[in-house]
Design a protein around this ligand. Structure first.
Ligand code: SF4
Length: 508
């Protein structure tokens, strides 16, 4: 009788215990955000006495490594991030062998549930571990909606309030630095100065997180994070560093708001064709997407559910008030940090406004990815004149983004002058994606120049008069000088209007 092949039944992945005794010899790997966020997160983890290293930034060959090992229909962020872990582990295995790698590293990643693949990333990682023969490698999930998860099996990793609050605070600070960076670099007078100051600021804040005082594991640490001036003081020091950068706000740039799928829009590297740097080289100012908006968004479904009385809570009114209080504290903290940086970074958009703007086109209960936010953000930028165009980064094979792009057709029918570039990102079609973006960008640049000419005519100012004023008032050429938003998308247009209206620069 022919021998039947043995088929191994499916067994769900369960990490081996990570014990407290192993902590000193084990390194926690993580990734998925920008190098700025990741360095500050490293400060938080090292402050809690963990060895922690971010994975190398995503590279093009991570896509190939991911494709080889996980299901071919996966969305491109899943493939890239899995490939990044795979390539790292392959190198380590080649250098030290499987057993040592299984003992030396654990991987910590965000987990969620929901209708898109974000809830299944860990399945892709475990599929890849199987493919590499590293089933014993340990992978832990940091739930997005649970700040105090307690100890992972073995007690080596404790996902508690000091860790969660530290990571959230480091993300907020990372976002603020990213905002400063993109606001400044297109206008810097001395090329490279913004990047140098940025690096210095990140290292400074890394030390701040590394030396964060211990205030216990429960309410003491919560109260300290909310009330201490430890971080605002540090951010004021950062502001002083940015004071040194000289800028020229008369440069006319198209302002491009980057939206899209969470990972793709946040990422800086091959995963999205380095599109933010490319846009800057193409004479634009990029409005980057803060991670903080996503964290804010996570609070809202619960609030909406309670409003619609379909919550399972026994005390819906109390819970509603608690969530609204939490939201106020969250926004208040972000604004406190912004204030320490002269209010230069952008404000968080109002989630209720985003929902209402999107409502006619995309229902807020359609979850997955960024849900209704992509429509809401595009319309928010359009109505408030916060950008000349929207560049929406949509991963190949992403269900929520496909729906959002479909709905945007309806939005554009109603607002035909909204400049919108939906860029499908597969990871290996750079020329196609960038040339598509360039088509819309050309129109955005024309608008930026027309807007500027209009402002110059309206104010009657000349470049010579402005330069003369700047020579006598060098503070207006500092990166920390706040140019108010006076109804124009472009920085140069707002700057000239501000000089004419508020600084008394006279007509020629
Ligand atoms: S939002 Fe799209 S790209 Fe992102 S994890 Fe979900 S399915 Fe993948």
């Amino acid at each position: 009788m022919a021998q039947l092949a043995t088929i191994a039944p499916y067994t769900a992945y369960k990490p081996r215990p990570f014990t407290r005794a192993q902590r000193d010899k084990t390194t926690i790997l993580y990734g998925g955000l920008t190098w700025k966020h990741e360095r500050l997160m490293q400060g938080v983890l090292r402050n809690l006495k963990y060895n922690a290293e971010p994975l190398p930034n995503i590279a093009r060959d991570d896509l190939d490594a991911g494709k080889e090992l996980i299901d071919t229909g996966a969305c491109c962020p899943t493939i890239f991030t899995t490939g990044s872990l795979v390539n790292f582990l392959k190198k380590e295995v080649a250098a030290h062998g499987k057993e040592e790698v299984n003992e030396k590293f654990v991987y910590l990643t965000a987990g969620a549930c929901g209708p898109c693949r974000f809830g299944q990333y860990h399945e892709s990682y475990t599929m890849a571990l199987d493919g590499l023969g590293l089933r014993d490698f340990r992978l832990f999930l940091l739930a997005q909606d649970e700040l105090d998860q307690g100890s992972a099996d073995g007690g080596g990793l404790e996902i508690n309030l000091p860790m969660s609050l530290g990571l959230i605070w480091s993300i907020l600070c990372g976002d603020l630095l990213v905002d400063l960076e993109y606001l400044t670099r297109p206008y810097e007078v001395n090329p490279g100065q913004t990047d140098a100051v940025l690096k210095d600021s990140v290292e400074y804040l890394y030390e701040v997180f590394l030396h964060r005082p211990d205030r216990g594991k429960k309410y003491g640490t919560l109260a300290w994070h909310l009330m201490s001036n430890y971080f605002t003081k540090a951010l004021r020091e950062v502001r002083k560093k940015w004071d040194a950068i000289e800028v020229d706000h008369l440069r006319v740039k198209a302002k491009v708001k980057v939206t899209g799928e969470f990972w793709l829009q946040t990422h800086e590297g091959d995963g999205n064709y380095n599109i933010k740097r490319w846009l800057e080289q193409e004479q634009s100012e990029v409005v980057p997407p803060p991670v903080a908006v996503w964290l804010h968004y996570l609070l809202h479904p619960e609030i909406r559910k309670l409003e619609h009385r379909n919550s399972k809570s026994k005390h819906p009114q109390l819970q509603h008030m608690a969530l609204q209080g939490l939201e106020k504290i969250y926004r208040g903290t972000y604004n406190r940090f912004r204030k320490a940086l002269a209010n230069l970074p952008n404000e968080l958009p109002d989630q209720v406004e985003l929902k209402e703007l999107a409502e006619p086109f995309y229902h807020f209960e359609l979850r997955g990815g960024e849900g209704h936010m992509l429509i809401g953000k595009a319309l928010h930028a359009y109505h408030h004149k916060k950008a000349h165009m929207i560049c929406e980064l949509s991963p190949y094979s992403c269900m929520p983004n496909t729906m959002s792009i479909g709905s945007m057709a309806n939005v554009l029918g109603k607002y035909p002058d909204l400049l919108y570039a939906p860029i499908e990102v597969k990871g290996d079609a750079e020329v196609h994606a960038l040339s598509r973006c360039q088509m819309i960008l050309t129109e955005a640049k024309k608008r930026a120049h027309a807007e500027f000419e209009d402002v110059m005519n309206k104010t009657g100012l000349t470049v010579e008069a402005i330069r003369k004023y700047e020579a006598n008032h060098p503070e207006v050429r500092r990166a920390t000088y706040k140019v108010p938003h006076l109804g124009y998308a472009g920085m140069a247009s707002n700057y000239v209007t501000h000089l004419a209206r508020n600084c008394g620069v006279a007509r020629a």
